[in-house]
Design a protein. Structure first.
Length: 179
């Protein structure tokens, strides 16, 4: 799942229950139904309705942990071996690392933070870098052929002699884009 919004909808059928409000929970939208006891004018906090709301909130936290993206073990493997083909490193913090000659071919780096990382000669062929922060990254002689760089931040990215997404070789002095 990309950087979209995960929506959990819980419908509680109670004789006098009505939809009331929605709230944000850690950036994820959770629509919930407020249960009220009209005769007393106080929220209902017992019975099946309350239990179902507690279960729905618990599910949101479980699902957000699952959808967090990368596995820390894969990050550690990358740091140790410089090899992480087809890894899911989406939203990973990989800034200020030296990943020279790393093999990240077909890796999912969607939304990853690679600020000031050295990827000299790295293989990023067919990698998904959409929405990634590549500010100040050194991609000298890196292979980006077939990579998805849509919505990636390419500010001050050094691309001297890199192979661009279309297979074209970037000229010396290419900064922020392939020339």
């Amino acid at each position: 799942m990309g950087s979209g919004t995960f929506i959990v909808s819980l419908e509680v059928l109670v004789k006098d229950g009505r939809a009331a409000t929605r709230s944000k929970v850690f950036g994820w939208r959770l629509f919930y139904w407020q249960l009220s006891n009209k005769s007393k004018g106080v929220p209902m906090c017992k019975g099946k309705g309350f239990l179902m709301i507690v279960m729905a909130v618990s599910c949101v936290f479980c699902v957000t942990a699952f959808l967090y993206g990368f596995d820390e073990k894969q990050v550690q493997t990358l740091k140790k071996t410089n090899n992480c083909k087809k890894c899911d490193l989406s939203s990973a913090k990989l800034n200020n690392l030296d990943l020279s000659y790393a093999d990240l071919s077909s890796a999912n780096l969607t939304g990853a933070d690679l600020t000031n990382t050295v990827l000299f000669g790295a293989n990023l062929a067919k990698a998904n870098l959409s929405g990634a922060n590549l500010t100040g990254v050194n991609l000298f002689e890196a292979n980006l052929s077939g990579a998805d760089i849509s919505k990636a931040n390419l500010t001050k990215v050094y691309l001297d002699q890199a192979t661009w997404t279309d297979g074209k070789r970037c000229k010396v002095g290419s900064v922020g884009g392939c020339k």
